[in-house]
Structures are given as C-alpha cells and as structure tokens.
Design a protein around this ligand. Structure first.
Ligand code: FES
Ligand SMILES: [Fe+2]
Length: 460
C-alpha cells in the first residue's frame, strides 16, 4: 500500500523548507502529536553505561509520562517498562542495584529479579490462576541497544534498529572512540521553552559571532563565514601567525572554562607547550602546522598516560570533522580534540524542557570511577552553568516569547547553514504523518549530518 493512502495530516507542517511555523513551538495540539507519534517510535538516549557499571545496577529513564528501568544483567543490558504487573505501580525510581534484592513493589510487595521475572506474589492464593500465568507476570521488556557508551531505548517493536538510523555520523564518532569516553561533569537545566527551540540553539555556528564573541576567533581564518559574508573583515589577517597562535592557545583555555570541559587540561598544557614552535608566516599555514603538532602530542601524551586516545591526526585525515554532531531526535555529541561534550534535551511540556550537559573525556583504562548520578535540574539562569551554555540559554526564553508575538508566523532559515533545523523538523513531520519506519530511519541517517548543514533532501 502506498504511504499516501494512510498518511495523517500534520498541522503547521513544513511546506517551504526554509520556513518553520512558530506554532510548532507552542501549540498544545502539536505537542500532543509529538507525544503520540514521535516519542514512542524513536531511539532515545536513556542512560550512559557508566551509570550501570556493575551487575544488577539499574537506572530509571523518563520521557513524558513513560518510565523505563535499564538494568545490567548477566546477559547484557536490558530495559523494562517500569510498571508492576499487579496494579501498575512504578517499581523503581532513580537508580540502585537489584543484584541481591531484585525489585520489590512498594505497594503490595510483589518481587522481580534483574531479568524482570516475577519471583514473588504476596498471598498468591487470593488471585485467580488465570491472572497468575508466570510469563505474563514478567516485567514487559523494552527494546534497548548500545552505542557511544550509552543505552538507547525504543518503545516501538517495529522500529528499525538504532544503527539503521544513525547514518555516517556514527563512523565519524566511532573513529574518535566515542564509546570509551567517561563523565567528568553532568548538569541539567530546566528551560521555559519548547524542546525543539532549545535544540536549535546548537544547530548552527551562525550565532557564535553575536552570542559567543569570546569564541569567534577559534574558527580557522579561512573557514569563517567564507561563503556567507565574503566582505567581512578578518582581523586575524593582519596578525602575525605567532600572535594568531598565541591567541588561539588562550582561547583553548577559555573554551575549557566556558564549556566546563570539551578541551582537557592536558590539551591546554600541550597547546601552551607548543605555542612558540617555528611557524610559517601565513596564518592559515601556521594554523595547520600548529594543529598537526598539537594532535600528535595529545595522542602521544594521552597514550603514555594509558588513555584510549585515537590518533588525532589520522582521524583528521580520514574522517570529516563536525564540531556539533546531532543524533535525531534529541541528542548531541560535540567532539573537539580528544574529548567531547554531550547534550540531551527532553520535553517536559509544550513550553518547557530539560537540558542536560555532559563533559566527557578519556580516563586511564581500568581506573575505578564513581557511578555518575543524574543531577538535580537547576533553573536555566543559574550562575553555576558554564559560560557558553549560559550565553546560549539566555537567548531562549526571549526567543520563545518572540514566537508568540503578533505577526510572527514563521522562522526564516538560511538554506546553507541553518539546514539542520529544517532537515530534522521535516523528519519530525514524517513521524507525525506516519511515514513507513524504514524510510524514517533512512531519512534520520541524512538528518544526522551535524551543525551548519545545508537543507538536504531527506527522501521523505
Ligand atoms: S501494584 Fe505492585 S504489588 Fe501491587
Ligand atoms: Fe552556542
């Protein structure tokens, strides 16, 4: 049967790829459609494997009203829908270990082991046999797959596998040993904006000039808005290559502080140690020479310390570098040199969302590490958030307000560098319309092309 025969109508649909209707960010009906047709069908980053390092460790993942328990069992990581088979009580909240005690329902004391099997019904004799069929008393399993050091879950048994929807982005991050990264910091912010608006603040570098002026100079001189603003002055052109590199080294340190990670302490030290190496006079050539040495040193020193560092120069030669990688629908990985940051954005309501930030880096193999614990969310303007995040967050509430303003119908996107916003929004429409899952997965592989992408034909 042709898709066209059973597609649902999508309100505020993206019909012009450079225009996104404002109502998609606050209309309660649209939010309900996402709740019904998007979230139950997509692979969602549910936890990091580090959160469940030992046998029996479990952690709860919530998305809107749904809750899932992810457990490390003898036969791998499993996920269960978080509802007691008696009267539906949520069995577990937060995190814990069930190796010895299993899961005990707080309501009437039914018990489950780590494999989800029911091992105890208090007062069995008071129930009908038909309601005590052993297989039916087991916790309902939820699909779970591993990638990038994380557990992803999907409520849809018909959805294609996680890997089928990742696209070429997965190889770019696998080359950087993404699955070996460990958590240095984890923070969470509650933002009074739609989850999509929060994500879109990280989908283009176009805002760097105005929002993060302190980072603007980090962009290599030949790359910066080359096609967008051909006549823009590039002050670095007048700098000597030495000044330019010194400036970059200062900025790396600033980036580390501003992102509370992304660049490691060791990398800042490497950059410092190399800032006076011999450099060509041309700024662009100096940039290349400097970073080749830097990459070598970061690789070598990291390996000397027993870190699972990839060869930075080799990966630079064989894989495209994209500073902000997007994993549809709501996860980001931001590779820098050897380290990364990660973002996950979950809806709480039509105009509120939870924004989490992880700072990730390599740790010596086999090093004992604490089990990272989900942070309590703080208000978006908490002064404790890293500077760069605060700058991005500060734009969001006024933008959400602006979307409600009279006369504002749609966002207008640059087709060359704001394309990711259009691409993923059109894929969202594909879910809302009910397009066939295999086509959605294929489109997702195209959508996951990272920030500053152009508007792409995603095939739906
Ligand atoms: S709801 Fe769990 S034992 Fe009754
Ligand atoms: Fe930003």
């Amino acid at each position: 049967m042709d898709d066209g025969m059973r597609l649902r109508a999508v309100p505020f649909k993206v019909t012009h790829p450079e225009r996104i209707a404002a109502k998609r960010y606050y209309d309660p009906g649209f939010f309900e459609l996402e709740r019904e047709h998007l979230w139950p069908h997509v692979w969602q980053m549910a936890c990091r494997l580090e959160e469940i390092p030992s046998l029996g460790d479990w952690v709860e993942y919530r998305i809107l009203q749904k809750s899932v328990i992810i457990v490390r069992t003898q036969s791998g990581v499993k996920a269960f829908h978080n509802a007691c088979r008696h009267r539906g009580m949520a069995l577990a909240q937060g995190r814990g270990n069930c190796k010895n005690g299993g899961f005990v329902c707080p309501f009437h004391g039914w018990r489950y082991n780590m494999n989800g099997e029911n091992i105890f019904v208090f007062g069995r004799q008071i129930f009908s046999e038909a309601n005590l069929i052993q297989a039916e008393l087991a916790l309902a399993a939820c699909r779970a797959e591993l990638w990038a050091g994380c557990v992803f879950i999907n409520f849809d048994d018909r959805a294609p596998s996680l890997q089928e929807g990742l696209g070429p982005m997965a190889a770019r991050l696998n080359a950087r040993n993404v699955d070996q990264l460990k958590v240095d910091a984890w923070v969470a912010a509650e933002l009074p904006v739609n989850w999509k608006l929060a994500m879109e603040a990280f989908m283009e570098g176009y805002h760097t000039m105005r929002t993060h002026p302190q980072l603007q100079a980090l962009v290599p001189p030949d790359v910066r808005f080359a096609s967008q603003t051909p006549k823009a002055p590039t002050p670095q052109r007048q700098m000597t290559s030495r000044d330019y590199i010194h400036n970059l080294v200062r900025l790396l340190a600033k980036l580390r502080v501003g992102m509370n990670g992304l660049v490691t302490q060791e990398e800042v030290a490497v950059a410092e140690s190399l800032k006076d190496i011999e450099l060509p006079a041309d700024v662009g050539a100096a940039f290349a020479v400097f970073f080749e040495r830097f990459n070598d040193e970061v690789t070598k020193r990291g390996r000397d310390r027993g870190l699972p560092v990839f060869d930075l120069n080799q990966v630079a030669a064989t894989h495209k570098y994209i500073g902000v990688e997007f994993v549809f629908p709501n996860f980001f990985l931001l590779p820098q040199y050897s380290a990364m940051s990660a973002y996950r954005i979950r809806p709480l309501g039509p105009e509120s969302c939870l924004f989490e930030i992880w700072s990730l880096s390599f740790a010596p193999e086999g090093e004992a590490r604490p089990r990272p614990e989900a942070p309590d969310p703080k208000p978006w303007d908490d002064p404790g958030f890293p500077e760069v995040a605060r700058q991005d967050f500060s734009n969001l509430p006024p933008q959400q307000r602006g979307l409600h303003a009279g006369g504002f119908q749609f966002m207008r996107l640059s087709p060359s560098i704001e394309g990711l916003i259009s691409n993923y929004q059109r894929l969202l429409d594909g879910y809302l319309a009910g397009i066939e899952p295999a086509r959605l997965a294929a489109a997702s592989g195209i959508v996951n092309s990272g920030f500053d992408a152009p508007i792409l034909d995603i095939g739906i």
